[in-house]
Design a protein around this ligand. Structure first.
Ligand code: MG
Length: 390
């Protein structure tokens, strides 16, 4: 491991420095071999929520095939893209990696279908938002330490996890939510993970959709960002099979987006010339992003995926099943909480005493959000199928 004293010598002035961190809620000394952000990364990798990402859906449900992305491989791709750009811009790679590894911890089972079903169930009780849930996991729900709940991560990592937030939630969250009240920006490291998340999913969802045969390779000609790499590769390798062509094309698209973000962000930083991360936070807009030339092309790619992949009837069928499972699990636990495992039932009684129905609903949502796809399916059978052992 790189000594923390030398790890950030190449950091730009606008990067977050570990020695200037606003620290942890509970003061804790870091190990001599790791600075505060490196230590955050370790805490996230060793958490239970991180391990669950392996069996949570990205777009394709876990059992549909072993080669499709899961939340875990998506998370690793986001970290890889974000670190790559961070290195070029002189940003803090360790902080970027910590935020990237934690960014999807709050996703319930079955991807966006699970999220929208849980949000609907929680409609009367403050809603459910995976981004807020990720912060709740690292702040409250992980049980790793004797003296406090959660992982006690640094302010900067928590700031990066909280990508968006309503005004009322922000007010309840205190310091980490303050930027939503004041209208200021997050660190460049946090901004970067946001963009890397999009580059990762646009490219791997395209790749997975080609593999699942939801779209044909020739459809790539209709999307401006994809047409160039498609035609160039097809011309250069006319006899190549479609799978290998896709493997040639999708990484070219990813690299083009990565280079565009690096170049456009670098130009914006040169123009503003911030001398401190707080100047970035006080700026009136985010700085990490695509060039004005590429931005509309990314919007076009996003809407292509929306229409042709995320709303494909096979994806919609899976979403409908997932929403039914999540909704019925919620109703079963909420109406008869004694069927919850004893530690969760005990927590529900405590929360209900303090916060009434909202407390009761929140514990049920926490329990469901923590499930992997296969655990949710198993719980569903245990609760509703008399032939399956409870
Ligand atoms: Mg993500």
């Amino acid at each position: 491991m790189v000594e923390p004293e030398t790890a950030h010598l190449a950091l730009a002035r606008y990067a977050c420095r570990p020695e200037a961190s606003r620290g942890r809620v509970v003061p804790q000394p870091d190990a001599p071999s790791a600075d505060i952000f490196q230590s955050d990364r370790g805490r996230i990798v060793h958490s239970a929520a991180f391990r669950r990402l392996e069996y949570k859906t990205q777009v394709f449900v876990n059992h549909e095939g072993d080669l499709f992305r899961t939340r875990l491989t998506h998370t690793l791709e986001v970290a890889q893209i974000a670190r790559n750009i961070a290195r070029s811009l002189g940003l803090n790679e360790d902080l970027v990696e910590a935020i990237a590894l934690a960014h999807d911890l709050g996703h319930p089972p079955f991807g966006h279908a699970g999220q929208s079903a849980l949000n609907h169930c929680m409609g009367q009780h403050g809603g459910f938002e995976h981004n807020l849930q990720a912060l709740r996991i690292v702040d409250v729900l992980e049980e790793r330490y004797a003296q406090f709940d959660g992982l006690n991560l640094s302010y900067e990592t928590r700031e990066g996890i909280l990508k968006h937030c309503s005004l009322s939630d922000a007010q309840a969250l205190g310091e980490v939510g303050r930027r939503f009240v004041e209208g200021s920006q997050p660190s460049l490291e946090a901004q970067l993970v946001n963009v890397a998340d999009e580059i990762a999913y646009l490219c791997h969802d395209l790749d997975d959709a080609l593999r699942a045969e939801l779209i044909e390779l020739s459809a790539l000609r209709d999307v401006a960002l994809l047409a160039g790499p498609y035609l160039a590769t097809k011309t250069r390798f006319p006899a190549l099979n479609e799978r290998r062509l896709a493997h040639e094309i999708v990484p070219q698209v990813q690299l083009a987006l990565l280079c565009d973000v690096t170049r456009a962000t670098s130009e914006r930083l040169c123009a503003l010339n911030p001398q401190h991360p707080d100047e970035v936070r006080a700026h009136d807009s985010t700085l990490v992003g695509y060039s004005s030339l590429n931005h509309p092309l990314v919007v076009e790619l996003r809407s292509f995926l929306n229409q042709r992949v995320y709303r494909h009837y096979r994806v919609e069928r899976m979403s409908a099943k997932a929403q039914r499972i999540v909704t019925e699990l919620f109703q079963a636990f909420y109406e008869r909480p004694v069927v919850l495992p004893p530690p969760d039932f005990a927590r529900l009684q405590k929360e209900e005493k303090q916060h009434g129905a909202a407390g009761r609903a929140r514990v049920v949502a926490d329990y469901i959000a923590g499930m992997t796809d296969r655990y949710a399916s198993l719980e569903y059978r245990r609760l509703f199928d008399p032939m399956v052992r409870a």
